[in-house]
Write a protein that binds this ligand. Sequence first.
Ligand code: 6GU
Length: 287
Amino acid sequence: PEGSIGYSYEECRAIADWLLTQTAVRPLVGIVCGSGLGGLADLLKDQVAFNYRDIPNFPQSTVHGHAGRLVFGTLKGRPCVCMQGRFHLYEGYPIQKITLPMRIFKMLGVKTVILTNAAGGLNQDFKVGDIMIIKDHLNMPGFAGNNPLTGPNDERFGVRFPCMSDAYDRELLQMAMDVGSELGYSDFLREGVYCALGGPSFETIAECRMLHKLGVDAVGMSTVHEVIVARHCGMRVFALSLITNQAVMDYDSEEKANHNEVLQTAKQRAQQLEKLVSTMVIRMKHN
Ligand code: 6GU
């Protein structure tokens, strides 16, 4: 029934309006920081920050390495809003709750969303520490009926059947490659297909082999739900994965995926990732 799944348009509007009374920043860019990548938010000047728990009706975040703050501020004068910590399926939230922040971004006036995540590398040419610009995705929870747009469609957000073949903005992907090359990052800058799984368990060897055969370059537990909701309501999307570990592909391997390795790699590459994203924000045009 109408309104029983997720947040209504009016509930979203109320959260956005509350935030707009608390800050003078009118963000054009919305950024989501992945695991260990929360430092992006610290680049913002003249910050106004809210713990998720202090925002009326906002979900809470529970993962180690995710701070749980919404930070408003400016990057060389460009007004931004940044999620330090996101919501995941494996935390047990309904999928509409996970993606609520995208609709809040839209209502705050955001035109472009930048999503970051930590992911396991499946492409055998990738190395730990590579930054993969996402050019397309595989939405595995979606195959099983777990899509964030499930339920009644409110046309004020977007159409019932949104197109996803143009989800990842080609111009921004090119800009990332150009900026990366100017910064001297070409050796560790890649592009590829990201696959989202529900988590929280990491993949088995057979699952990794299957995903590899399907053309997946990196695997993680986030981002695609947010991309779908952001595109549904007409925001431009740019997304990237930091390859924090190689997914295990053979039975002889001694490697084991673990969250500590994810956070360690993120720490080592965080500064360059922040530089890439902030340079892009400064170069973006919103007109
Ligand atoms: Cl190997 N798998 C998944 N599903 N998520 C990850 C990861 C691997 N590494 C970082 N995040």
